[in-house]
Design a protein around this ligand. Sequence first.
Ligand code: 5GP
Ligand code: MN
Length: 368
Amino acid sequence: MQINLYLCTKFPNMTSRIDIQLAAEAHRLLNAARRVVIFTHMGPDGDAMGSSLALRHYLESRAADVRATVIVPNDFPDFLAWLPGVAEVLVYERQAEMCDQRLDEADLAVCLDFNDAKRIGPIGERLLQKPCPKLMIDHHLHPTDFATVMISDPSASSTCELVYYLLNQGQSNSNQGRDHWRPILDIANCLYTGLMTDTGNFSYNSSNPDLYEIVAELMRAGIEKDKIYDRVFNQYSADRMHMTGYCLYRKMQLFPEYHLALITLSIEELKQFNYKQGDTEGIVNMPLQMGDIFYSVFMREQEPKPGTSKNVVKVSFRSQGDRPVNVMAAEVFRGGGHANASGGDFYGSIRAAARLFLREYPKYFKKD
Ligand code: 5GP
Ligand code: MN
């Protein structure tokens, strides 16, 4: 993949990741739009919510006659409920009619933190049919070609990083008396949340020094970064804490030859701990804290989707170093992702999903 790095004229210390022509095209779409819908992926995380709300604040703070609606396929976790603007977010699973209406009225659809319409569930089909321009901004591998303007950079830490660069490159930004763009506080809070969550609080995918130029700018805009950490990461309920302990003590299977850990949770087990959206977030990373575990796989069983009879198992993969997990995610679980962080689905019971995984992993994973 070719990555174009350009020196950002408004901010000479910082290279931008986005081609100047491409950024100009994206801004042409953003400037022309009055009714914008912003979509992000199923199981919205900090980067998905942060980038979407940041863009909404940007669009609505520039022009009084612009309305931008953030639409998520299903609920976001409680630990993101403090994000500015979250109260107006529409959830397709519960508010399908209103979402369809906003999509019908839209003159621009923006797709953030996903690169395949399948990642937004049932409304994805309608999005593909909708004859308005589409702007995609994303950092996942293998984008599908469905948008009018595609900003795709898998080497970026997060979609929030790309949104920062794009907004910084805006032609019509007021420079507020400085030599570069500075986000308003709401935008800065949203963008920092995505940078922080997609890098595990800057512990992976975060080795580019330019990232910290952005963090510095967001801090100058007024964010309180330790408070954001606290709001996102220190929000466990007692049930969630107990479930995490149960996973590590009772459910973690170790396969030392392959440096592999597997954790599975059935619907019954999730119910036992009053599971809420987001409660299993981060569990897949925990086994990697062991010095001799380099692969970690986590499986969570879900009720069948409406109109279907089979349970769905959401599978998450993590690894360290030169041990790609995205090939197995794609070939065995119809998913994909990054080399060290991938995911996919399985239709059937959690036991069947685990059986399939245990049969197939030696073909994809290495021993040393
Ligand atoms: P997570 O394990 O946090 O759900 O997902 C980790 C990464 O795997 C995501 O950032 C995404 O790149 C990828 N991923 C997760 N689930 C899917 C899926 O169902 N399909 C595809 N193509 N990628 C997925
Ligand atoms: Mn992301």
